[in-house]
Design a protein around this ligand. Structure first.
Ligand code: UGY
Ligand code: MN
Length: 253
């Protein structure tokens, strides 16, 4: 049998209204102020998106230092641990910890365990008259209640940011757990945009009129109005963390 590895294959797909990014094609980017780390720009405006999703892998000497400008940044620890300082708040972060940094704040991530992996979502903040800019949040997904979604006890939703009744927030980040065999109850087609990464499990995602096998580590971009549906396969829950824009007036007309 031939031992030649065929390198011209990938499950990654980029279309005008969605993308599946599997990681086998990652090429690192250098980000000013972020040192001794690998940065993969998984989704951004060059793709057609209105937000950005990164994957960062830190060396033990890795450091992410900066100040948020027009964009708020959400950080989530996928693996490992590190310290964070945002303004005068310091915390140790581990798997499942997350940090929300509003606009105009200094931050530093350091003292990482080698190989620590962070996910980020970046969105330009749209202020709303009469509502204050959100505060810094440092928390863990283990402290967030799982709510039953669409009356199906096999679909569980955790809202990591308090977007529900609080119009200060213009973005949501949720963790969606599908027990084996569970599926979205209908094909969603909506103005909100999504970026996501699978934390666990596998299944089939319908995006527009295409169907993709998806597993842990895969990322997906869904443009506004991209028809979307997911069904979990296998014997373990399928879990993804996803971004969504929310709470702003839907038209400039
Ligand atoms: O919040 C949502 O729109 C979510 N149900 N969409 C999705 O998981 N593709
Ligand atoms: Mn959706």
């Amino acid at each position: 049998m031939s031992k030649i590895k065929l390198t011209a294959l990938s499950r990654s797909v980029v279309e005008s209204d969605h993308a599946v990014i599997t990681g086998d094609g990652f090429v690192n980017s250098k980000v000013p102020g972020w040192d001794n780390c690998e940065v993969n720009v998984v989704i951004n405006e060059a793709m057609g998106a209105n937000f950005c999703q990164l994957l960062i892998t830190m060396e033990a000497s890795g450091q992410l230092k900066g100040r948020t400008k027009d964009s708020q940044i959400f950080f989530y620890v996928l693996e490992g641990s590190c310290d964070v300082t945002v303004e005068n708040q310091n915390e140790n972060l581990k798997k499942g910890s997350y940090v929300y940094i509003p606009v105009g704040k200094d931050y530093l991530f350091s003292k990482a365990e080698a190989g620590t992996k962070l996910l980020t979502f970046h969105k330009v903040y749209e202020p709303l008259e009469g509502f204050p800019v959100p505060e810094i949040i440092i928390n863990s997904d283990s402290k967030i209640k799982q709510n039953i979604y669409c009356d199906d006890p096999n679909l569980l939703m955790q809202n990591l940011l308090p977007e529900q009744d609080n119009l200060s927030w213009d973005m949501a980040v949720n963790i969606f757990t599908y027990n084996p065999g569970a599926n979205l109850p209908f094909v969603e087609t909506h103005i909100m945009e999504h970026g996501l990464i699978y934390l666990e499990g596998q299944g089939i995602y319908r995006l527009a009129d295409k169907w993709y096998p998806i597993k842990k580590g895969d990322s997906i971009w869904m443009a506004p109005y991209c028809p979307q549906w997911f069904g979990a396969l296998g014997t373990e829950p399928a879990v993804y963390i996803y971004y969504k824009n929310v709470n702003r007036f839907p038209t400039t007309i």
